[in-house]
Ligand binder design. Structure first.
Ligand code: HEC
Ligand code: HEC
Ligand code: HEC
Ligand code: HEC
Ligand code: HEC
Length: 419
Protein backbone atom coordinates (compact mmCIF):
# COMPACT_ATOMS: atom_id res chain seq x y z
CA UNK A 1 0.00 0.00 0.00
CA UNK A 2 3.01 2.28 0.05
CA UNK A 3 2.41 3.88 -3.33
CA UNK A 4 -1.35 3.79 -3.66
CA UNK A 5 -2.93 5.90 -6.37
CA UNK A 6 -4.67 7.84 -3.67
CA UNK A 7 -1.45 8.86 -2.02
CA UNK A 8 0.15 9.85 -5.29
CA UNK A 9 -2.71 11.60 -7.02
CA UNK A 10 -5.13 12.47 -4.29
CA UNK A 11 -4.12 12.84 -0.71
CA UNK A 12 -0.50 13.73 -1.39
CA UNK A 13 -1.33 16.94 -3.14
CA UNK A 14 -4.38 17.48 -0.97
CA UNK A 15 -2.28 17.28 2.16
CA UNK A 16 0.34 19.64 0.75
CA UNK A 17 -2.31 22.14 -0.25
CA UNK A 18 -4.19 21.95 3.01
CA UNK A 19 -1.00 22.18 4.98
CA UNK A 20 -0.11 25.32 3.08
CA UNK A 21 -3.56 26.76 3.68
CA UNK A 22 -3.95 25.63 7.24
CA UNK A 23 -0.79 26.51 9.10
CA UNK A 24 -0.13 30.01 10.11
CA UNK A 25 -1.05 31.96 13.13
CA UNK A 26 -2.87 35.22 13.31
CA UNK A 27 -0.62 38.08 12.38
CA UNK A 28 -1.25 41.74 12.90
CA UNK A 29 -2.02 43.16 9.46
CA UNK A 30 -1.55 46.69 10.71
CA UNK A 31 1.92 46.10 12.08
CA UNK A 32 3.39 48.86 9.94
CA UNK A 33 1.41 51.30 12.08
CA UNK A 34 1.68 51.76 15.82
CA UNK A 35 -0.49 49.00 17.33
CA UNK A 36 -3.73 50.49 18.62
CA UNK A 37 -5.92 49.05 21.35
CA UNK A 38 -8.07 47.09 18.94
CA UNK A 39 -5.04 45.46 17.34
CA UNK A 40 -3.59 44.60 20.75
CA UNK A 41 -6.89 43.13 21.95
CA UNK A 42 -7.39 41.08 18.78
CA UNK A 43 -3.83 39.72 18.83
CA UNK A 44 -4.59 38.24 22.25
CA UNK A 45 -8.19 37.28 21.54
CA UNK A 46 -7.31 35.36 18.37
CA UNK A 47 -3.97 34.03 19.55
CA UNK A 48 -4.35 30.62 17.88
CA UNK A 49 -4.49 27.85 18.88
CA UNK A 50 -6.96 29.12 21.49
CA UNK A 51 -6.20 28.09 25.07
CA UNK A 52 -8.57 25.83 27.01
CA UNK A 53 -11.09 27.76 29.14
CA UNK A 54 -9.99 26.09 32.38
CA UNK A 55 -12.12 25.78 35.52
CA UNK A 56 -15.22 28.00 35.60
CA UNK A 57 -15.41 30.62 38.42
CA UNK A 58 -16.77 29.10 41.62
CA UNK A 59 -20.00 31.12 41.58
CA UNK A 60 -21.09 30.06 38.09
CA UNK A 61 -24.19 27.89 37.72
CA UNK A 62 -23.85 25.00 35.22
CA UNK A 63 -25.88 27.10 32.75
CA UNK A 64 -23.51 30.06 33.01
CA UNK A 65 -20.46 27.82 32.71
CA UNK A 66 -21.66 25.87 29.68
CA UNK A 67 -19.96 26.49 26.30
CA UNK A 68 -22.95 25.00 24.45
CA UNK A 69 -24.69 27.47 22.08
CA UNK A 70 -28.00 26.10 23.35
CA UNK A 71 -27.03 27.26 26.86
CA UNK A 72 -26.15 30.78 25.63
CA UNK A 73 -29.47 30.72 23.77
CA UNK A 74 -31.44 30.30 27.00
CA UNK A 75 -30.67 33.96 27.69
CA UNK A 76 -29.73 35.17 24.20
CA UNK A 77 -32.45 33.55 22.06
CA UNK A 78 -32.27 36.06 19.18
CA UNK A 79 -28.56 35.43 18.56
CA UNK A 80 -29.02 31.66 18.79
CA UNK A 81 -31.90 31.76 16.32
CA UNK A 82 -29.96 33.80 13.75
CA UNK A 83 -26.67 31.93 14.24
CA UNK A 84 -28.44 28.61 13.54
CA UNK A 85 -29.50 29.93 10.11
CA UNK A 86 -25.93 31.06 9.29
CA UNK A 87 -23.06 29.15 7.73
CA UNK A 88 -21.02 29.83 10.88
CA UNK A 89 -23.13 27.12 12.55
CA UNK A 90 -22.25 24.70 9.73
CA UNK A 91 -18.48 25.04 9.49
CA UNK A 92 -18.14 21.34 10.44
CA UNK A 93 -20.20 19.94 7.57
CA UNK A 94 -19.44 17.00 5.27
CA UNK A 95 -17.06 19.17 3.23
CA UNK A 96 -14.56 19.29 6.07
CA UNK A 97 -15.56 16.06 7.88
CA UNK A 98 -14.30 13.69 5.18
CA UNK A 99 -11.01 15.61 5.02
CA UNK A 100 -10.63 15.56 8.80
CA UNK A 101 -10.74 11.74 8.62
CA UNK A 102 -8.18 11.61 5.81
CA UNK A 103 -5.59 14.05 7.19
CA UNK A 104 -3.00 13.91 9.98
CA UNK A 105 -4.05 15.36 13.37
CA UNK A 106 -1.57 18.25 13.17
CA UNK A 107 -3.09 19.35 9.87
CA UNK A 108 -6.61 18.95 11.13
CA UNK A 109 -5.86 21.17 14.13
CA UNK A 110 -4.87 23.89 11.68
CA UNK A 111 -8.25 23.57 9.93
CA UNK A 112 -10.07 23.66 13.26
CA UNK A 113 -8.45 26.99 14.15
CA UNK A 114 -11.04 28.50 11.81
CA UNK A 115 -13.74 25.82 11.58
CA UNK A 116 -14.11 24.81 15.28
CA UNK A 117 -11.54 26.92 17.16
CA UNK A 118 -12.13 26.09 20.85
CA UNK A 119 -9.49 23.85 22.49
CA UNK A 120 -12.42 21.87 23.91
CA UNK A 121 -13.75 21.21 20.39
CA UNK A 122 -10.35 19.93 19.25
CA UNK A 123 -10.16 17.63 22.27
CA UNK A 124 -13.62 16.18 21.54
CA UNK A 125 -12.80 15.53 17.89
CA UNK A 126 -9.44 14.03 18.88
CA UNK A 127 -11.20 11.60 21.22
CA UNK A 128 -13.68 10.68 18.51
CA UNK A 129 -10.96 10.03 15.92
CA UNK A 130 -8.62 8.31 18.39
CA UNK A 131 -5.76 10.82 18.19
CA UNK A 132 -2.77 9.76 20.25
CA UNK A 133 -2.60 12.76 22.60
CA UNK A 134 -6.37 13.29 22.95
CA UNK A 135 -7.42 13.59 26.62
CA UNK A 136 -8.26 10.23 28.16
CA UNK A 137 -10.75 11.58 30.69
CA UNK A 138 -14.36 12.39 29.83
CA UNK A 139 -14.93 16.12 29.16
CA UNK A 140 -15.86 18.39 32.09
CA UNK A 141 -19.54 19.22 32.54
CA UNK A 142 -19.30 22.65 30.84
CA UNK A 143 -18.25 20.91 27.58
CA UNK A 144 -21.33 19.45 25.89
CA UNK A 145 -20.65 16.21 24.04
CA UNK A 146 -21.50 17.49 20.51
CA UNK A 147 -19.66 20.82 20.76
CA UNK A 148 -17.13 19.89 18.05
CA UNK A 149 -19.92 19.25 15.54
CA UNK A 150 -21.44 22.69 16.04
CA UNK A 151 -18.75 24.61 14.19
CA UNK A 152 -18.07 28.25 14.92
CA UNK A 153 -19.92 28.38 18.25
CA UNK A 154 -20.74 31.53 20.28
CA UNK A 155 -17.94 30.87 22.75
CA UNK A 156 -15.29 30.80 20.01
CA UNK A 157 -15.90 34.50 19.35
CA UNK A 158 -17.12 35.61 22.80
CA UNK A 159 -15.56 33.54 25.62
CA UNK A 160 -11.95 33.34 26.86
CA UNK A 161 -11.12 31.76 30.25
CA UNK A 162 -14.88 31.73 30.92
CA UNK A 163 -15.01 35.51 30.61
CA UNK A 164 -17.52 37.05 28.15
CA UNK A 165 -16.37 39.67 25.64
CA UNK A 166 -18.76 41.69 23.52
CA UNK A 167 -19.35 45.06 21.87
CA UNK A 168 -20.20 48.13 23.98
CA UNK A 169 -23.89 48.02 24.90
CA UNK A 170 -26.33 50.02 22.82
CA UNK A 171 -28.02 52.69 24.95
CA UNK A 172 -31.00 50.62 26.13
CA UNK A 173 -28.83 47.79 27.50
CA UNK A 174 -27.47 47.53 31.07
CA UNK A 175 -23.82 48.66 31.35
CA UNK A 176 -21.03 46.14 30.84
CA UNK A 177 -18.98 44.87 33.72
CA UNK A 178 -21.64 44.17 36.36
CA UNK A 179 -20.84 41.29 38.72
CA UNK A 180 -24.53 40.75 39.54
CA UNK A 181 -25.29 39.96 35.88
CA UNK A 182 -25.16 36.35 34.70
CA UNK A 183 -21.65 35.09 33.88
CA UNK A 184 -20.24 37.99 35.93
CA UNK A 185 -21.17 40.57 33.31
CA UNK A 186 -18.87 41.04 30.36
CA UNK A 187 -15.88 42.88 29.07
CA UNK A 188 -16.86 45.40 26.43
CA UNK A 189 -14.57 46.27 23.55
CA UNK A 190 -15.02 48.13 20.26
CA UNK A 191 -12.93 45.39 18.62
CA UNK A 192 -16.23 43.55 18.03
CA UNK A 193 -17.45 46.42 15.84
CA UNK A 194 -14.21 46.56 13.86
CA UNK A 195 -13.62 44.83 10.49
CA UNK A 196 -10.32 43.51 11.84
CA UNK A 197 -12.32 41.16 14.08
CA UNK A 198 -12.97 38.96 11.03
CA UNK A 199 -9.39 38.97 9.71
CA UNK A 200 -8.20 35.94 11.67
CA UNK A 201 -10.32 33.67 9.43
CA UNK A 202 -11.19 35.73 6.34
CA UNK A 203 -7.80 37.17 5.31
CA UNK A 204 -4.55 35.33 4.73
CA UNK A 205 -1.42 37.26 5.76
CA UNK A 206 0.58 38.91 2.98
CA UNK A 207 3.23 36.17 3.20
CA UNK A 208 0.63 33.38 3.36
CA UNK A 209 -0.51 31.13 0.47
CA UNK A 210 -1.03 33.26 -2.65
CA UNK A 211 -1.40 33.03 -6.43
CA UNK A 212 -0.41 35.79 -8.85
CA UNK A 213 0.64 37.92 -5.91
CA UNK A 214 -2.81 37.82 -4.29
CA UNK A 215 -3.45 35.86 -1.07
CA UNK A 216 -5.92 33.00 -1.61
CA UNK A 217 -8.20 34.72 0.90
CA UNK A 218 -7.96 38.47 0.46
CA UNK A 219 -11.29 39.87 1.66
CA UNK A 220 -10.02 42.35 4.23
CA UNK A 221 -7.42 43.84 1.84
CA UNK A 222 -10.06 44.16 -0.88
CA UNK A 223 -12.38 45.88 1.57
CA UNK A 224 -9.63 48.18 2.88
CA UNK A 225 -8.98 49.44 -0.65
CA UNK A 226 -12.66 50.10 -1.36
CA UNK A 227 -15.01 53.05 -1.01
CA UNK A 228 -16.80 51.12 1.76
CA UNK A 229 -13.81 51.29 4.11
CA UNK A 230 -13.39 55.02 3.42
CA UNK A 231 -17.08 55.60 4.08
CA UNK A 232 -16.95 53.67 7.35
CA UNK A 233 -18.95 50.60 6.31
CA UNK A 234 -17.54 47.67 8.31
CA UNK A 235 -17.91 43.94 7.54
CA UNK A 236 -20.40 43.84 10.42
CA UNK A 237 -22.56 46.65 8.99
CA UNK A 238 -23.34 44.52 5.90
CA UNK A 239 -23.06 41.00 7.33
CA UNK A 240 -24.47 41.60 10.83
CA UNK A 241 -27.01 44.42 10.25
CA UNK A 242 -28.41 45.65 13.58
CA UNK A 243 -25.89 43.28 15.20
CA UNK A 244 -27.89 40.32 13.90
CA UNK A 245 -25.90 37.07 13.64
CA UNK A 246 -26.81 36.41 10.01
CA UNK A 247 -23.56 36.39 8.00
CA UNK A 248 -25.29 35.96 4.65
CA UNK A 249 -22.99 35.79 1.63
CA UNK A 250 -22.68 34.17 -1.77
CA UNK A 251 -25.00 31.29 -0.79
CA UNK A 252 -27.91 33.68 -0.37
CA UNK A 253 -29.84 35.00 -3.41
CA UNK A 254 -31.01 38.18 -1.64
CA UNK A 255 -27.47 39.05 -0.60
CA UNK A 256 -26.23 38.53 -4.16
CA UNK A 257 -29.04 40.77 -5.44
CA UNK A 258 -27.84 43.42 -3.00
CA UNK A 259 -24.29 43.14 -4.35
CA UNK A 260 -25.24 44.11 -7.89
CA UNK A 261 -26.95 46.95 -9.64
CA UNK A 262 -27.80 46.59 -13.33
CA UNK A 263 -29.14 48.63 -16.22
CA UNK A 264 -30.64 47.23 -19.42
CA UNK A 265 -30.95 49.32 -22.55
CA UNK A 266 -32.37 48.69 -26.01
CA UNK A 267 -31.47 51.00 -28.93
CA UNK A 268 -32.70 50.71 -32.51
CA UNK A 269 -29.79 50.91 -34.99
CA UNK A 270 -29.77 52.44 -38.46
CA UNK A 271 -30.01 49.06 -40.18
CA UNK A 272 -33.22 48.28 -38.29
CA UNK A 273 -31.82 45.85 -35.72
CA UNK A 274 -31.75 46.33 -31.96
CA UNK A 275 -28.60 47.03 -29.97
CA UNK A 276 -29.03 45.64 -26.42
CA UNK A 277 -26.72 46.37 -23.53
CA UNK A 278 -26.64 45.12 -19.93
CA UNK A 279 -24.31 46.89 -17.49
CA UNK A 280 -23.65 45.03 -14.24
CA UNK A 281 -21.99 46.90 -11.39
CA UNK A 282 -20.62 45.63 -8.08
CA UNK A 283 -22.18 48.41 -6.05
CA UNK A 284 -23.04 46.52 -2.87
CA UNK A 285 -20.30 44.02 -1.99
CA UNK A 286 -17.56 45.53 0.19
CA UNK A 287 -14.93 43.54 -1.73
CA UNK A 288 -14.60 41.73 -5.05
CA UNK A 289 -17.70 39.98 -6.34
CA UNK A 290 -17.25 37.19 -5.40
CA UNK A 291 -14.42 37.58 -2.91
CA UNK A 292 -13.18 33.95 -2.83
CA UNK A 293 -11.88 31.59 -5.47
CA UNK A 294 -14.54 29.06 -4.42
CA UNK A 295 -17.69 30.43 -6.13
CA UNK A 296 -18.32 30.71 -9.86
CA UNK A 297 -20.87 33.26 -11.04
CA UNK A 298 -22.18 33.45 -14.58
CA UNK A 299 -24.11 36.41 -16.02
CA UNK A 300 -26.36 35.58 -18.98
CA UNK A 301 -28.28 37.98 -21.21
CA UNK A 302 -31.13 36.18 -22.98
CA UNK A 303 -34.27 36.92 -24.99
CA UNK A 304 -37.32 35.00 -23.80
CA UNK A 305 -40.75 34.59 -25.34
CA UNK A 306 -44.00 34.32 -23.40
CA UNK A 307 -43.90 30.59 -24.30
CA UNK A 308 -40.50 30.24 -22.57
CA UNK A 309 -38.65 29.91 -25.85
CA UNK A 310 -35.24 31.54 -25.35
CA UNK A 311 -31.93 32.46 -26.98
CA UNK A 312 -28.62 33.34 -25.40
CA UNK A 313 -27.30 36.73 -26.53
CA UNK A 314 -24.17 37.14 -24.41
CA UNK A 315 -22.57 35.71 -21.27
CA UNK A 316 -19.60 36.12 -18.97
CA UNK A 317 -18.12 34.58 -15.83
CA UNK A 318 -17.16 36.35 -12.59
CA UNK A 319 -14.67 34.08 -10.81
CA UNK A 320 -11.11 33.64 -9.69
CA UNK A 321 -10.39 30.54 -11.71
CA UNK A 322 -7.65 28.20 -10.45
CA UNK A 323 -6.76 24.57 -10.96
CA UNK A 324 -8.10 22.12 -8.40
CA UNK A 325 -4.91 21.98 -6.33
CA UNK A 326 -4.46 25.75 -6.25
CA UNK A 327 -1.09 25.75 -8.00
CA UNK A 328 -2.11 28.16 -10.75
CA UNK A 329 -4.52 31.05 -11.29
CA UNK A 330 -5.87 30.79 -14.82
CA UNK A 331 -7.99 33.93 -14.83
CA UNK A 332 -9.37 36.49 -12.43
CA UNK A 333 -12.59 37.93 -13.82
CA UNK A 334 -14.18 38.95 -10.52
CA UNK A 335 -15.80 42.37 -10.32
CA UNK A 336 -13.81 44.80 -8.18
CA UNK A 337 -15.85 47.06 -5.86
CA UNK A 338 -17.67 49.63 -8.05
CA UNK A 339 -16.42 48.01 -11.28
CA UNK A 340 -18.89 47.53 -14.15
CA UNK A 341 -19.06 44.79 -16.76
CA UNK A 342 -21.03 45.27 -19.98
CA UNK A 343 -22.74 42.54 -22.00
CA UNK A 344 -23.75 43.62 -25.51
CA UNK A 345 -25.48 42.08 -28.51
CA UNK A 346 -27.43 42.94 -31.67
CA UNK A 347 -30.59 41.20 -32.70
CA UNK A 348 -33.45 41.53 -35.16
CA UNK A 349 -36.63 42.91 -33.58
CA UNK A 350 -39.03 40.04 -32.79
CA UNK A 351 -41.98 39.54 -35.16
CA UNK A 352 -44.43 38.52 -32.41
CA UNK A 353 -45.26 40.38 -29.19
CA UNK A 354 -44.22 39.17 -25.72
CA UNK A 355 -40.45 38.87 -26.16
CA UNK A 356 -38.35 40.28 -23.39
CA UNK A 357 -34.75 40.73 -22.46
CA UNK A 358 -33.68 39.06 -19.20
CA UNK A 359 -30.41 39.29 -17.28
CA UNK A 360 -29.75 36.11 -15.29
CA UNK A 361 -27.12 35.52 -12.63
CA UNK A 362 -26.25 31.83 -12.12
CA UNK A 363 -24.40 31.14 -8.89
CA UNK A 364 -22.39 28.04 -7.98
CA UNK A 365 -21.26 29.05 -4.45
CA UNK A 366 -18.99 25.99 -4.07
CA UNK A 367 -17.79 25.48 -7.64
CA UNK A 368 -14.17 24.89 -6.61
CA UNK A 369 -15.21 22.18 -4.15
CA UNK A 370 -17.53 20.56 -6.70
CA UNK A 371 -14.51 20.05 -8.96
CA UNK A 372 -12.15 19.05 -6.17
CA UNK A 373 -14.50 16.49 -4.57
CA UNK A 374 -15.40 14.97 -7.95
CA UNK A 375 -11.69 14.59 -8.81
CA UNK A 376 -10.83 12.90 -5.52
CA UNK A 377 -13.82 10.53 -5.84
CA UNK A 378 -12.86 9.65 -9.40
CA UNK A 379 -9.12 9.21 -8.90
CA UNK A 380 -8.86 7.94 -5.35
CA UNK A 381 -12.36 7.20 -4.03
CA UNK A 382 -11.75 3.45 -3.90
CA UNK A 383 -8.94 3.95 -1.42
CA UNK A 384 -11.01 5.80 1.13
CA UNK A 385 -12.78 3.84 3.84
CA UNK A 386 -16.52 3.49 3.32
CA UNK A 387 -17.53 6.06 5.92
CA UNK A 388 -15.14 8.70 4.56
CA UNK A 389 -16.25 8.00 0.99
CA UNK A 390 -19.90 8.39 1.94
CA UNK A 391 -19.11 11.72 3.56
CA UNK A 392 -17.24 12.85 0.46
CA UNK A 393 -20.21 11.88 -1.71
CA UNK A 394 -22.55 13.77 0.62
CA UNK A 395 -20.25 16.81 0.44
CA UNK A 396 -20.33 16.70 -3.37
CA UNK A 397 -24.13 16.44 -3.41
CA UNK A 398 -24.38 19.31 -0.94
CA UNK A 399 -21.98 21.48 -2.95
CA UNK A 400 -23.89 20.85 -6.19
CA UNK A 401 -27.29 21.51 -4.63
CA UNK A 402 -26.17 24.94 -3.40
CA UNK A 403 -26.38 26.23 -6.99
CA UNK A 404 -29.14 28.69 -7.91
CA UNK A 405 -30.16 31.12 -10.58
CA UNK A 406 -31.84 34.50 -10.30
CA UNK A 407 -33.16 37.00 -12.78
CA UNK A 408 -31.89 40.41 -11.74
CA UNK A 409 -33.59 42.52 -14.39
CA UNK A 410 -35.88 42.30 -17.39
CA UNK A 411 -37.37 44.50 -20.10
CA UNK A 412 -39.92 44.17 -22.90
CA UNK A 413 -38.50 44.23 -26.43
CA UNK A 414 -40.15 46.46 -29.02
CA UNK A 415 -41.81 44.45 -31.80
CA UNK A 416 -40.79 44.74 -35.42
CA UNK A 417 -43.01 47.21 -37.26
CA UNK A 418 -45.17 45.16 -39.64
CA UNK A 419 -45.22 46.45 -43.22
C1 HEC B 1 -28.35 32.91 32.53
C2 HEC B 1 -28.45 33.78 31.40
C3 HEC B 1 -27.25 33.90 30.47
C4 HEC B 1 -26.51 32.88 29.91
C5 HEC B 1 -26.66 31.38 30.09
C6 HEC B 1 -25.56 33.52 29.02
N1 HEC B 1 -25.74 34.89 29.08
FE1 HEC B 1 -24.64 36.27 28.11
N2 HEC B 1 -25.58 37.78 29.08
C7 HEC B 1 -26.66 37.62 29.91
C8 HEC B 1 -27.11 38.94 30.35
C9 HEC B 1 -28.31 39.20 31.25
C10 HEC B 1 -26.24 39.89 29.76
C11 HEC B 1 -26.25 41.42 29.90
C12 HEC B 1 -27.39 42.01 29.14
C13 HEC B 1 -27.26 41.84 27.66
O1 HEC B 1 -26.41 42.51 27.06
O2 HEC B 1 -28.01 41.03 27.07
C14 HEC B 1 -25.31 39.12 28.96
C15 HEC B 1 -24.32 39.70 28.18
C16 HEC B 1 -23.59 38.99 27.24
C17 HEC B 1 -22.74 39.61 26.25
C18 HEC B 1 -22.45 41.07 26.09
C19 HEC B 1 -23.53 41.70 25.22
C20 HEC B 1 -23.13 43.06 24.72
O3 HEC B 1 -24.02 43.93 24.64
O4 HEC B 1 -21.97 43.24 24.37
C21 HEC B 1 -22.21 38.60 25.49
C22 HEC B 1 -21.26 38.74 24.32
C23 HEC B 1 -22.74 37.36 26.01
N3 HEC B 1 -23.58 37.63 27.06
C24 HEC B 1 -22.42 36.13 25.50
C25 HEC B 1 -22.86 34.94 26.03
C26 HEC B 1 -22.42 33.66 25.54
C27 HEC B 1 -21.48 33.44 24.37
C28 HEC B 1 -23.01 32.71 26.33
C29 HEC B 1 -22.83 31.21 26.27
C30 HEC B 1 -21.45 30.71 26.22
C31 HEC B 1 -23.84 33.43 27.29
N4 HEC B 1 -23.69 34.77 27.08
C32 HEC B 1 -24.64 32.84 28.25
C33 HEC B 1 -27.22 36.42 30.27
C34 HEC B 1 -26.75 35.16 29.95
C1 HEC C 1 -7.82 30.92 8.13
C2 HEC C 1 -9.04 30.21 8.37
C3 HEC C 1 -9.25 28.87 7.70
C4 HEC C 1 -8.47 27.74 7.80
C5 HEC C 1 -7.17 27.56 8.57
C6 HEC C 1 -9.16 26.72 7.06
N1 HEC C 1 -10.33 27.22 6.52
FE1 HEC C 1 -11.72 26.19 5.44
N2 HEC C 1 -12.79 27.91 5.18
C7 HEC C 1 -12.46 29.13 5.72
C8 HEC C 1 -13.41 30.12 5.24
C9 HEC C 1 -13.41 31.60 5.59
C10 HEC C 1 -14.31 29.45 4.39
C11 HEC C 1 -15.48 30.04 3.63
C12 HEC C 1 -15.11 30.31 2.21
C13 HEC C 1 -16.32 30.63 1.39
O1 HEC C 1 -17.43 30.52 1.87
O2 HEC C 1 -16.13 30.97 0.23
C14 HEC C 1 -13.90 28.05 4.38
C15 HEC C 1 -14.53 27.03 3.68
C16 HEC C 1 -14.15 25.70 3.70
C17 HEC C 1 -14.89 24.64 3.07
C18 HEC C 1 -16.16 24.81 2.26
C19 HEC C 1 -17.35 24.83 3.13
C20 HEC C 1 -17.98 23.49 3.33
O3 HEC C 1 -18.44 23.26 4.48
O4 HEC C 1 -18.07 22.70 2.38
C21 HEC C 1 -14.20 23.48 3.30
C22 HEC C 1 -14.57 22.08 2.83
C23 HEC C 1 -13.04 23.82 4.08
N3 HEC C 1 -13.05 25.19 4.31
C24 HEC C 1 -12.08 22.90 4.51
C25 HEC C 1 -10.92 23.25 5.20
C26 HEC C 1 -9.88 22.29 5.56
C27 HEC C 1 -9.90 20.81 5.26
C28 HEC C 1 -8.92 23.02 6.21
C29 HEC C 1 -7.61 22.54 6.80
C30 HEC C 1 -6.71 21.85 5.93
C31 HEC C 1 -9.37 24.39 6.28
N4 HEC C 1 -10.58 24.49 5.64
C32 HEC C 1 -8.67 25.43 6.89
C33 HEC C 1 -11.43 29.41 6.58
C34 HEC C 1 -10.41 28.53 6.90
C1 HEC D 1 -18.00 34.86 14.26
C2 HEC D 1 -18.01 35.40 15.59
C3 HEC D 1 -19.30 35.38 16.40
C4 HEC D 1 -20.06 34.29 16.74
C5 HEC D 1 -19.87 32.85 16.31
C6 HEC D 1 -21.11 34.79 17.59
N1 HEC D 1 -20.98 36.13 17.75
FE1 HEC D 1 -22.08 37.33 18.96
N2 HEC D 1 -21.19 38.97 18.18
C7 HEC D 1 -20.13 38.95 17.31
C8 HEC D 1 -19.81 40.30 16.92
C9 HEC D 1 -18.71 40.69 15.94
C10 HEC D 1 -20.73 41.14 17.59
C11 HEC D 1 -20.82 42.67 17.48
C12 HEC D 1 -21.52 43.08 16.18
C13 HEC D 1 -21.56 44.56 15.97
O1 HEC D 1 -21.17 45.32 16.87
O2 HEC D 1 -22.00 44.98 14.90
C14 HEC D 1 -21.57 40.26 18.42
C15 HEC D 1 -22.56 40.70 19.30
C16 HEC D 1 -23.20 39.86 20.22
C17 HEC D 1 -24.07 40.30 21.30
C18 HEC D 1 -24.46 41.73 21.59
C19 HEC D 1 -25.72 41.99 20.81
C20 HEC D 1 -26.31 43.36 20.96
O3 HEC D 1 -27.40 43.55 20.38
O4 HEC D 1 -25.71 44.24 21.58
C21 HEC D 1 -24.50 39.18 21.96
C22 HEC D 1 -25.43 39.12 23.16
C23 HEC D 1 -23.92 38.04 21.29
N3 HEC D 1 -23.14 38.49 20.23
C24 HEC D 1 -24.16 36.73 21.64
C25 HEC D 1 -23.84 35.65 20.81
C26 HEC D 1 -24.38 34.32 20.96
C27 HEC D 1 -25.35 33.88 22.02
C28 HEC D 1 -23.85 33.56 19.95
C29 HEC D 1 -24.14 32.12 19.58
C30 HEC D 1 -25.52 31.75 19.36
C31 HEC D 1 -22.92 34.41 19.20
N4 HEC D 1 -22.98 35.67 19.73
C32 HEC D 1 -22.10 34.01 18.16
C33 HEC D 1 -19.45 37.83 16.87
C34 HEC D 1 -19.90 36.53 17.02
C1 HEC E 1 -12.98 31.68 13.72
C2 HEC E 1 -13.08 31.87 12.29
C3 HEC E 1 -14.06 32.88 11.75
C4 HEC E 1 -14.32 34.16 12.18
C5 HEC E 1 -13.71 34.89 13.35
C6 HEC E 1 -15.28 34.71 11.26
N1 HEC E 1 -15.61 33.78 10.31
FE1 HEC E 1 -16.92 34.02 8.78
N2 HEC E 1 -16.67 32.07 8.22
C7 HEC E 1 -15.75 31.21 8.77
C8 HEC E 1 -15.82 29.93 8.07
C9 HEC E 1 -14.97 28.71 8.36
C10 HEC E 1 -16.85 30.05 7.11
C11 HEC E 1 -17.30 28.99 6.11
C12 HEC E 1 -18.59 28.39 6.45
C13 HEC E 1 -18.91 27.25 5.48
O1 HEC E 1 -19.10 27.53 4.28
O2 HEC E 1 -18.98 26.10 5.92
C14 HEC E 1 -17.37 31.42 7.25
C15 HEC E 1 -18.41 31.95 6.49
C16 HEC E 1 -18.76 33.30 6.46
C17 HEC E 1 -19.73 33.89 5.57
C18 HEC E 1 -20.62 33.15 4.58
C19 HEC E 1 -19.89 32.98 3.27
C20 HEC E 1 -20.71 32.36 2.19
O3 HEC E 1 -20.07 31.60 1.43
O4 HEC E 1 -21.90 32.59 2.03
C21 HEC E 1 -19.75 35.23 5.82
C22 HEC E 1 -20.57 36.30 5.10
C23 HEC E 1 -18.82 35.48 6.89
N3 HEC E 1 -18.25 34.27 7.27
C24 HEC E 1 -18.55 36.73 7.43
C25 HEC E 1 -17.82 36.94 8.59
C26 HEC E 1 -17.68 38.22 9.23
C27 HEC E 1 -18.29 39.52 8.75
C28 HEC E 1 -16.90 38.01 10.34
C29 HEC E 1 -16.48 39.02 11.38
C30 HEC E 1 -17.54 39.66 12.13
C31 HEC E 1 -16.56 36.60 10.39
N4 HEC E 1 -17.13 35.99 9.31
C32 HEC E 1 -15.76 36.01 11.36
C33 HEC E 1 -14.88 31.48 9.79
C34 HEC E 1 -14.88 32.66 10.55
C1 HEC F 1 -21.00 47.10 1.63
C2 HEC F 1 -21.40 45.81 2.18
C3 HEC F 1 -20.34 44.78 2.48
C4 HEC F 1 -19.19 44.92 3.22
C5 HEC F 1 -18.64 46.19 3.86
C6 HEC F 1 -18.58 43.62 3.28
N1 HEC F 1 -19.32 42.71 2.58
FE1 HEC F 1 -18.95 40.72 2.38
N2 HEC F 1 -20.50 40.55 1.08
C7 HEC F 1 -21.40 41.56 0.76
C8 HEC F 1 -22.32 41.06 -0.24
C9 HEC F 1 -23.46 41.87 -0.87
C10 HEC F 1 -21.96 39.72 -0.51
C11 HEC F 1 -22.61 38.76 -1.51
C12 HEC F 1 -21.93 38.87 -2.87
C13 HEC F 1 -20.54 38.28 -2.87
O1 HEC F 1 -20.41 37.08 -2.58
O2 HEC F 1 -19.58 39.02 -3.16
C14 HEC F 1 -20.81 39.44 0.35
C15 HEC F 1 -20.14 38.20 0.40
C16 HEC F 1 -19.19 37.85 1.35
C17 HEC F 1 -18.64 36.53 1.54
C18 HEC F 1 -19.05 35.30 0.75
C19 HEC F 1 -17.96 34.64 -0.04
C20 HEC F 1 -17.66 35.18 -1.42
O3 HEC F 1 -16.85 34.52 -2.12
O4 HEC F 1 -18.15 36.24 -1.86
C21 HEC F 1 -17.75 36.62 2.58
C22 HEC F 1 -16.93 35.49 3.17
C23 HEC F 1 -17.73 37.99 3.02
N3 HEC F 1 -18.60 38.71 2.24
C24 HEC F 1 -16.94 38.49 4.06
C25 HEC F 1 -16.75 39.85 4.31
C26 HEC F 1 -15.75 40.39 5.21
C27 HEC F 1 -14.79 39.57 6.04
C28 HEC F 1 -15.86 41.75 5.15
C29 HEC F 1 -15.00 42.80 5.81
C30 HEC F 1 -13.56 42.73 5.56
C31 HEC F 1 -16.95 42.07 4.24
N4 HEC F 1 -17.45 40.89 3.75
C32 HEC F 1 -17.39 43.35 3.96
C33 HEC F 1 -21.42 42.82 1.28
C34 HEC F 1 -20.41 43.38 2.07
Amino acid sequence: MSRSVFKVVGLGSLAALLLAMGWWWWRDLTDTQAPDQVAVFLAGHWNKPLAAQGMPPAGFTPLEASLDPEACGQCHPAQLHDWRTSLHSRTMGYGILWQVRALAPEQVKGCLDCHAPLAEQKALLGRELGWENAPAAAPPSYVSSGLHQQGLVCAACHVRAHRRYGPPPIATKPPGDVPELPHGGYQETVAFEDSRFCVTCHQFPDDGPALNGKPLENTFNEWRGSRHAVEGRSCQSCHMPGRRHLWRGIHDPDMVRRALSATLSVQPTEDGSLQVRAAIRNSGAGHYFPTYLVPRVQARLVVESAEADWHLLAATVFARDTDIWLTEERADTRLAPDATYVLEAQLAPPKEPGWRLVLYIDVAPRAHYERMYAAVLRDSGEQLDAVTRDMLRAALTEARSSRYSLSVMERELPQAIAN
